[in-house]
Design a binder for this molecule. Structure first.
Ligand code: PGA
Length: 252
């Protein structure tokens, strides 16, 4: 099955809205058709409205970095998945390791958010991955499979087919120390096998799996050459117009 490659930037808590506007003006008209490679920028909630406006009619999609699992209510400081969809946002990153580590997000919570994302018309990019300690203790397989079993619980087969999973070893995020492509491929293959175990082979073949962790224009081709890696979730290297464009072009 041929899956369309998917390159997504994760801006985290970076750039001003003014800088985001300049980025969108520069990049939106230069990305290739989403039928050959899909591209998205996932940005802070404060930036989304401007980004959606400026990328309207272009091939660059916009994503959020988090959302709540309820549509509305007394949840001070949270972002509604319903409103994100209403705004024209397409993707939402869920369960990023920084949310797990600094904001105490559990797999149970990530699961509620994943279901809510689908119910509100968003496509979740569900992140999984092991710490350095777990990696060195040979526990990566156990960690990844147990995260996904909970994160994806209760999704229908139709939803699971549309899902994006980002495998991001925590020791490779923002460290400049990327996983070598054979390790990244082995873990992305494991993600696919886990989805196959939860659903079936057709679903597993439809799911798009990204590698994330210090991906740059200089190493992206190695990852994209791997059978089970369909794209990348990119932090640092997605913040500059030129390197983001290079990452997409290298994938085409
Ligand atoms: P990085 O971040 O590319 O800066 O390592 C990746 C991520 O956190 O998604």
């Amino acid at each position: 099955m041929s899956r369309i490659p998917f390159i997504a930037g994760n801006w985290k808590m970076n750039l001003t809205v003014k800088e985001a506007r300049e980025f969108a003006k520069e990049v939106a008209t230069k990305v290739p058709a989403a039928s050959s490679v899909e591209s998205a920028i996932c940005a802070p909630a404060t930036h989304l409205e401007a980004l959606v406006e400026l990328t309207k009619g272009s091939e660059l999609a916009i994503g959020a970095e988090n959302c709540h699992f309820e549509k509305s209510g007394a949840f001070t400081g949270e972002t509604s998945p319903y409103v994100l969809n209403d705004l024209g946002v397409k993707y939402v990153i869920l369960g990023h390791s920084e949310r797990r580590e600094y904001f105490g997000e559990t797999d149970e919570l990530i699961n509620k958010k994943t279901i809510a994302a689908f119910e509100n018309g968003l496509v979740p990019i569900v992140c999984c991955g092991e710490t350095l300690e777990e990696y060195e203790a040979g526990k990566a397989v156990e960690v990844i499979t147990s995260q996904l079993r909970v994160d994806l619980a209760g999704l229908t087969k139709e939803q699971a087919e549309k899902l994006v999973v980002a495998y991001e070893p925590i020791w490779a995020i923002g460290t400049g120390k990327s996983a070598d492509s054979s390790t990244a491929e082995a873990c992305c293959q494991l993600v696919r096998e886990t989805v196959c175990g939860l659903y079936d082979e057709t679903t597993a073949q439809a799911v798009r799996i990204q590698y994330g962790g210090s991906v740059k224009p200089t190493n992206i081709k190695e990852y994209m050459a791997c059978e089970d890696i369909d794209g990348a979730l990119i932090g640092g290297a997605s913040l500059k117009e030129d390197s983001f464009k290079e990452l997409i072009m290298a994938t085409k």
